[in-house]
Design a protein. Structure first.
Length: 352
């Protein structure tokens, strides 16, 4: 039976006539409080009433255990609503308040793409693979540029070039380019790595600007570790970027994130965050937008980072979206959040 979703929560019912499983639990990653996640056995299967978390949509898996003690994670077989991601498909609950972005339904030209490799600096060891997307019809004309961390994933799962095409077609943004940077060693490069920061700001971005006629300084977009890497690099090279759009940054601190200590570069991140927070003044004049999902474990450290940057004199806008740490949540936050930032930096499109 498909989940029954209401404003207050969702009733999940799983058929298991043959009693294949010894237990069933719902698995998702949101911040406390945590309701009981265990399904109750019924005559024909399993059932759980899940009180609504602080989100408009919830991505989840089922953790099922067999009678020999083995466990596995799987999508909910009763729920046809699923979303793709880096770690495979997840089931999705959409509560009545949720509305997908209108721009998904707009008819927008797809634009053009070019595969490139950007030079690296000392200590990185390999060039940065990237793809440059250009608005339809732009050609070689000068235009603003977005630089996007986790570029292939942000494009595949958060549809960032589809967003750009829609905003250009609607006249909300001028024609522009999007540089989709692919991390080859994401955990190492994006965890406040000095080598990666230097490679990005001293080599990769200058090469982009040399090869693609760019209007003004680029704007950088990042999510999770990609947001941390963007902020770390921008503060180390204050004149590289005109704006930062930072989604659900992994700004780990011992106060809020001690559970992340198993991550191999946890202490490098906490040290970098401490330096940013303790700085007497912000070195960059870039406009900074921090956004985070209302249900995220990263909520507290993002709020703390926004407050710390404001104390140092940075131009900071705080935003939120009613989701967890998900690609779709980041997609849904692009408009109006990124649109407003880019509009303030790029101005109104020229009349056609």
């Amino acid at each position: 039976m498909a989940p029954r979703v209401e404003s207050a929560g969702a009733l999940l019912s799983i058929d298991d006539e043959a009693a294949r499983w010894a237990s069933v639990r719902i698995s998702y990653h949101l911040r406390a409080p945590y309701p009981d996640r265990s399904f109750a056995r019924t005559e024909h299967g399993w059932r759980l009433w899940l009180p609504r978390p602080a989100v408009d949509r919830l991505e989840y898996l089922l953790e099922v255990s067999d009678h020999d003690g083995g466990t596995q994670l799987m999508p909910d077989p009763s729920n046809p609503s699923r979303v793709a991601g880096v770690f495979g498909e997840h089931s999705v609950l959409e509560f009545p308040d949720y509305h997908a972005p209108d721009w998904l339904d707009w008819d927008s030209p797809k634009g053009q793409r070019a595969e490139i490799a950007l030079p690296h600096g000392r200590g990185l060891g390999q060039d940065l693979p990237a793809q440059v997307w250009s608005s339809a019809g732009l050609g070689t004309d000068p235009a603003p540029m977005l630089v996007v961390h986790d570029g292939p994933e942000m494009d595949a799962f958060a549809e960032i070039t589809r967003y750009s095409a829609a905003m250009v077609a609607a006249g909300a943004l001028p024609p522009h380019r999007v540089a989709l940077l692919a991390p080859l060693d994401r955990d190492a490069w994006y965890s406040a790595s000095p080598a990666y920061a230097r490679s990005l700001t001293d080599h990769a971005v200058p090469a982009l600007l040399d090869d693609w006629a760019t209007v003004g300084r680029p704007v950088v977009v990042g999510a999770s570790l990609g947001a941390l890497a963007a902020l770390h690099a921008a503060l180390g090279s204050p004149h590289t970027f005109a704006g930062l759009f930072l989604l659900s940054g992994s700004y780990f601190t011992m106060r809020y994130d001690s559970h992340e200590q198993r991550f191999g570069r946890f202490y490098r991140i906490t040290s970098a965050v401490e330096r940013i927070v303790d700085a007497p003044m912000c070195p960059t004049d870039a406009a900074i937008v921090l956004a985070c999902g209302t249900g995220e474990e990263n909520w507290e450290n993002n709020r703390a980072m926004a407050a710390a940057l404001r104390r140092t004199g940075a131009s900071v806008t705080w935003d939120q979206f009613a989701d967890g740490h998900t690609w779709v949540g980041w997609r849904d936050a692009l408009d109006p959040g990124l649109t407003s930032l880019l509009g303030s930096l790029w101005g109104a499109p020229a009349p056609g």
